[in-house]
Design a protein around this ligand. Structure first.
Ligand code: MLT
Length: 237
């Protein structure tokens, strides 16, 4: 197993990584929100890059629109991007359409892979268990901050890579060392991160402990190329 961590979708060279198993990480907050929603009984997600795409889908079918721009809920959408919003009463049995600043773009970029998994601290163990049993070469893709390095996504990548054995790129080793440095207090790391400080500045600090809750959900969302949606085999939630 070869393990690479990419700090941004901008680092994605198709010739080098096409066909691999991708794990997309957006700790604050897109992949944390997707994992939470599916653990709470949501049927599936479609991720789109633009608000117009999302609104067009909502005119055609009964979906919940969710996501953010500049961290805040989008006008005309049902939910923002706080995982706390995606509780069973709201999303249970529903189809969702999401667009966010970085996470949904990273998911789109990851579709050059043969598999696209949705990873976060929340379902870290479930992701690791799948990757270890699957054995395929892995790319852990950090959603980044508009192409700039993301501390929390890289620590999240290290949390996964550190549980795997294989031929690791320097980027994976570096991510693991960062994870080791923060593993005893992930919440403090989120508070130090740019994204964490920004969310706090707009009154969304309560998202940080939610997204830091490592190994708390046993579910593995993935992109189903045949159906065109992100869903999950029956997890234990
Ligand atoms: C992202 O796409 O970077 C995040 O979803 C941003 C956020 O949730 O505020």
């Amino acid at each position: 197993m070869r393990i690479d961590v990419l700090f941004s979708p901008a680092d994605l060279e198709p010739d080098s990584y096409a066909g691999r198993t991708f794990v997309v990480i957006d700790i604050l907050r897109a992949t944390s929100a997707i994992v939470t929603a599916l653990a709470n009984g949501a049927l599936d997600f479609r991720t789109v890059v633009t608000v117009d795409e999302a609104l067009t889908l909502a005119r055609k079918e009964d979906v919940i629109l969710c996501g953010e721009r500049r961290g805040l809920p989008i006008e005309g959408f049902h939910l923002g991007n706080s995982p706390r919003e995606f509780n069973r009463e709201v999303v249970g049995g529903k189809r969702l359409v999401m667009t966010t600043t970085n996470g949904t773009r990273a998911i789109e970029a990851a579709k050059i892979g043969s598999k696209v998994l949705i990873g976060s601290f929340l379902n870290r163990r479930y992701v690791v268990d799948f990757l270890a049993s699957d054995g395929g070469d892995v790319v852990i893709l950090c959603s980044s901050l508009r192409g700039r390095f993301s501390l929390e996504d890289t620590v999240g990548a290290g949390a996964i890579s550190s549980c795997l054995s294989g031929d690791k790129a320097d980027s994976a080793i570096a991510a693991e060392r960062l994870f080791e440095n923060y593993s005893s207090n992930l919440l403090q790391m989120l508070k130090e991160s740019y994204a964490g400080r920004y969310l706090t500045s707009i009154g969304l600090e309560d998202d940080l402990p939610t997204c830091a809750n490592i190994d708390s959900l046993r579910i593995l969302p993935y992109f189903d190329f045949a159906k065109g949606v992100i869903w999950a085999a029956a997890g234990e939630g």
